[in-house]
Design a protein around this ligand. Sequence first.
Ligand SMILES: [Fe+2]
Length: 293
Amino acid sequence: MLSSVCGSLRRTLCNGSVLASKHPFLGRSNALKLETKPVCTRVMYRSYSANMHGQEVVFRQLFDNTSFTYTYLLGDAASKEAVLIDPVIELVDRDVRIVKELGLNLKYAVNTHVHADHVTGTGEIKKRIPTCKSVIAECSQAKADVFINEGDGIEFGQFKLECRSTPGHTDGCFTYVWHEKGMAFTGDALLIRGCGRTDFQQGSSEALYKSVHGKILSLPEQFILYPAHDYTGQTSTTVREEKNHNPRLTKPIDVFIRIMSELNLPYPKQLDRALPANMVCGIFDTESPPSKS
Ligand SMILES: [Fe+2]
């Protein structure tokens, strides 16, 4: 099982045509050449051994090798309360199985924003775990059980995520900061050595630049940043790294805006399916989205 998963991911991540071409959410400047062995090792670590804080917390960084999405499971090991960030509908079986195997009480299934590249798993997860509530930003205008705004907290056991509004990729983008553990989950606002595109879904390069600098890169430099996606085999970064090495966000704002305007990214493959479904927790008939008026 492990070797087949590893082999599948190796084939996907090491596919030169994928890595060398412009990815719809990243762009050419961040495409990297990866060797087979390191990529495989990282994927194995990420999927099977990412319990980073001993007995106190549960932490899992899970990966979707179709949309290159990371899903994060955060839990309080004492109370067993947990939160899932950015689940993918095709991988709900995996996520629910892990939650149950670990004996967790999943309180919330949270989205960082209305995704355009995959359908959220929150609606399906609520069917399997009826006590779980879906969470999204109120300004996203999407359906959910709980709406968050700037400064709100998402509590699970003894821990709390601070909700920071980080618009620019979309109006409703939020970054979730886990201060106790020095982590932040940045969605598509800040990616590793990149950022989310700003050419659709209320995108604004100016707003994104201000969000990232004001709400994410203003965190302590040692904070570990976990993005919603990575297309190069990387799993996390830090505030310090991005302040020094992000090829877009280290530039002055006018240069950043020009870079973003010249990306010429392709139309996301799943956009027509994902956007309408994600406005209703992903439980929409995803095979037959309504026609545009
Ligand atoms: Fe996105």
